[in-house]
Design a protein around this ligand. Structure first.
Ligand SMILES: Cc1cc2nc3c(=O)[nH]c(=O)nc-3n(C[C@H](O)[C@H](O)[C@H](O)COP(=O)(O)OP(=O)(O)OC[C@H]3O[C@@H](n4cnc5c(N)ncnc54)[C@H](O)[C@@H]3O)c2cc1C
Ligand SMILES: *[C@@H]1O[C@H](CO)[C@@H](O)[C@H](O)[C@H]1NC(C)=O
Ligand SMILES: *[C@@H]1O[C@H](CO)[C@@H](O)[C@H](O)[C@H]1NC(C)=O
Ligand SMILES: *[C@@H]1O[C@H](CO)[C@@H](O)[C@H](O)[C@H]1NC(C)=O
Ligand SMILES: *[C@@H]1O[C@H](CO)[C@@H](O)[C@H](O)[C@H]1NC(C)=O
Ligand SMILES: *[C@@H]1O[C@H](CO)[C@@H](O)[C@H](O)[C@H]1NC(C)=O
Ligand SMILES: *[C@@H]1O[C@H](CO)[C@@H](O)[C@H](O)[C@H]1NC(C)=O
Length: 640
């Protein structure tokens, strides 16, 4: 095709995407973002059948439209790594090809996952069958877990989540996906990529599983490193960390791309437990293992970052480093920062070494019940049954925590799911600890109980299979659009009856806000934090995590069928519904991986008192801002 035609086509396809969406929905009048892309033609890649234009292959192509990058009323801000296609700094075709050779041909052109459905080709079936399957999504660069981060204004390649076989119209385009990605297999691939983006001033993004709720695993106009194929795994019966005196036992070592499920499938036959989260497809060493990492073993053995022993990383300067607590001062600081200060911020993780735990059974108390829905309008704040069950749980939470018992609790307008998990060789102990909670629930007259049982799972994989039961698996659908907000609820709120009453008020108020404003009305109460590890000095994680008995999450979803105005309403609702919890916890915080990406007070909320020290580490190891992600330490701001 002639370059004039291409230009004309791109203009037509891309023009409607000018900031309307971004400006209004993301920031409600705040300075607009360029996350999606100001140079909107550039993040796009129009697929005609399987044809994809190589932007850089057309160095003479002049973009028909460029958009003003300045924030209203101020001078244009210029950040580092802003080179985009069509600019002189952008590599030529030959430079891309040379680069590709230095990384063993691992440079790939991105094809959106659902492209075959737009092209009407055979591959579509595999996409529609797995549209809401999180592992299927993680195995593609061309798919994110959430549709928000596959879209860029009107540019996207999405299907209707709950009816993916429905016919599509329009054009499949890249949205926020990066045109090129490096399918990294080795540390060398990563080093060469960092050197390349530095030399050409190109924005970098790092994607592992693509689960991030803030869209931090991709960025428009970036060159992406995709770590998912770094799949090595190793068990060390004994291990001595570089420069350390002591010898440790039962240490695991995994490549950056190993998922939670792959981790336990490798270590379970060795009789070892890994401190993974609730979902098998989430990565271990990426955002999870650098931002915190809570799960069913969290209360007993700590967060993933608490179990970290040593990392092999590549820093922004392209240097490979092995870092741990015994490293010389600056590297030890980097290790501290990467234990909780967030993924995509300080360095690229290559290999993660961590403490394993000799396997014990997971003992579970599983309770599910539906509530009689009253005649007329449901007001959850006035619902005695909601208040009573939330109070019962909250009143028992300190006891549960003192035993290292984890909990996943979901309270909805019409039913509840409450799972308590105790890792212990004493398989009867959980009955003792939960006896009063169980008695209360079992005898409560207003509950239609559908499950009230104890289980012992001798293997982690058995627990996981159980937790995947549809009525229980409430840890979030994927393949949809999502809004989330969250908050840590500290111990003091669980200590006395008056305090508990305020907590109960906050939960039912938040649910009601969500329920009446399009958010669905569910509250997720996670008791999966690091109760056994109250001292935070070794990790850069938000100190508020240590003190929390619950992490509450509010969430709402949308699909391609949801009108933009409704999506906006859901987003506002979810942001607003966390308000009652914020009011209870002034100066408190939220888990950086499970919060609200529109959070204004993000430094304090996600990093707490560790913020300044983390920023110093950032300045030391990444002074030019090569690693730049949304509301991460050193984030370049709304002009991103
Ligand atoms: C369905 C679902 C369930 C979840 N369950 C839990 C849970 O039980 N417990 C919990 O703690 N969290 C949970 N999370 C949140 C999860 O921890 C975050 O989404 C986390 O960011 C995922 O990390 P990832 O590497 O798999 O994802 P990605 O989205 O690929 O990456 C997340 C961030 O890490 C960066 N990153 C990835 N790999 C590297 C690397 N090698 N080096 C440097 N930076 C890297 C990315 O750039 C990005 O900023 C869940 C999320 C979802 C969607
Ligand atoms: C961009 O904005 C600046 C500052 O508001 C203004 O001076 C400039 O003319 C604008 N450029 C274009 C191309 O609109
Ligand atoms: C990189 O090289 C490999 C192997 O030669 C090739 O298959 C691949 O298409 C190249 N990537 C790009 C983007 O051209
Ligand atoms: C989800 O996708 C994975 C990976 O493609 C596949 O192995 C698995 O069977 C799928 N799960 C379901 C329920 O279809
Ligand atoms: C639970 O165990 C404690 C301590 O072992 C014991 O005192 C208590 O009676 C037990 N409670 C029940 C309900 O079995
Ligand atoms: C109890 O719940 C079950 C499962 O949701 C439902 O089938 C049944 O009709 C309910 N019974 C009553 C009395 O509400
Ligand atoms: C750009 O990089 C330089 C160092 O190379 C640094 O001093 C400056 O702060 C960076 N700018 C931004 C916006 O990060």
């Amino acid at each position: 095709m002639h370059s004039d035609e291409i230009q004309a086509l791109l203009k037509v396809k891309a023009t409607p995407r000018v900031h309307e969406d971004e400006q209004e929905t993301r920031f409600n009048g705040k300075p607009q973002s360029k996350r999606c892309s100001t140079w909107l033609l550039v993040c796009d890649c129009i697929l005609l059948g399987y044809f994809c234009f190589y932007w850089n292959g057309l160095p003479s192509l002049r973009l028909g439209a460029t958009f003003n990058s300045s924030i209203e009323g101020s001078d244009p801000l210029r950040f580092n790594y802003t080179c985009v296609p069509s600019q002189a700094c952008w590599p030529t075709t030959n430079q891309w090809a040379d680069f590709n050779r230095t990384i063993n041909g691992h440079l790939k052109l991105t094809v959106p996952w659902a492209a075959p459905c737009y092209a009407g080709s055979d591959g579509c079936q595999q996409v529609t069958t797995n549209y809401m399957n999180s592992s299927a999504r993680t195995s593609q660069y061309g798919a994110m877990e959430f549709l928000d981060w596959e879209s860029c204004g009107l540019s996207s390649c999405m299907l209707n989540s709950f009816s993916p076989s429905a016919p599509v119209d329009g054009t499949c385009s890249l949205g926020r996906l990066s045109t090129y990605h490096v399918e990294a297999h080795t540390a060398n691939d990563v080093q060469k990529t960092l050197n390349f983006v530095r030399a050409h001033d190109i924005r970098l993004s790092i994607k592992n599983s693509g689960h991030d709720y803030f869209g931090r695993s991709n960025a428009a106009n970036s060159l992406a490193i995709w770590t998912r194929n770094m799949k090595n795994a190793r068990y060390h019966k004994t291990f001595q960390a570089t420069g350390c005196q002591s010898t440790l036992e039962n240490v695991g070592e995994i490549g950056a791309g190993i998922s939670a499920q792959e981790a336990w499938e490798f270590f379970e036959p060795l009789g070892m437990l890994v401190t993974v989260g609730a979902t098998g497809s989430v990565g271990v060493a990426g955002g999870y293992g650098q931002g915190g990492g809570h799960g069913p073993l969290g209360p007993m053995y700590g967060l993933m970052v608490d179990n970290a022993i040593e990392f092999d990383v590549i820093t922004a300067d392209g240097r490979a480093r092995t870092i741990n607590a015994c490293s010389p001062a600056e590297d030890a600081e980097l290790f501290w920062a990467m234990r909780g200060g967030g993924g995509g911020t300080f360095a690229v993780m290559i290999s993660y070494k961590f403490q394993l735990h000799p396997a014990v059974p997971l003992n579970v108390y599983s309770f599910q019940a539906s509530f009689p829905v009253p005649e007329g309008q449901l007001d959850i704040t006035e619902s005695v049954v909601h208040r009573d069950v939330i109070r019962a749980l909250a009143s028992n939470q300190a006891l549960f925590a003192s035993h290292g018992m984890a909990g996943y609790n979901f309270v909805l307008p019409d039913h509840m799911v409450s799972l308590q998990i105790l890792p212990s060789t004493n398989t009867e102990l959980i009955k003792n600890i939960t006896s009063s909670y169980n008695k209360f629930l079992s005898r409560y007259p207003g509950l239609n109980i559908t499950e009230n049982a104890y289980y012992t799972f001798h293997k982690f994989s058995e627990w996981y299979a159980f937790a995947q039961t549809p009525s229980i698996a409430r840890n979030g659908p994927v393949g949809v659009g999502i809004s989330e907000s969250g908050r840590f609820l500290p111990k003091r709120l669980f200590s006395r009856p008056q305090a508990v009453e305020k907590l109960v008020d906050a939960v039912v108020t938040a649910m009601q806000i969500s329920f009446t404003n399009g958010g669905g009305g569910a509250a997720q109460l996670y008791a999966t934090g690091p109760f056994s590890q109250p001292v935070n000095s070794g990790t850069g994680v938000n100190p508020a995590f240590r003190d929390a008995l619950w992490e509450v999450i509010m969430g709402g979803i949308w699909t391609s069928n949801t009108p933009e105005s409704v999506r906006r309403q859901i987003r506002n609702t979810i942001s607003t519904s966390i308000g009652p919890f914020k009011a209870l916890t002034p100066g408190g915080g939220c888990y950086m991986n499970e919060g609200d990406w529109t959070e204004e007070n993000w430094q304090q909320t996600f990093f707490g008192s560790n913020y300044d020290r983390l920023l110093e580490v950032k300045r030391l190891f990444d002074p030019s801002g090569l690693f730049n992600c949304w509301k991460c330490i050193g984030w370049s701001g709304y002009d991103e």
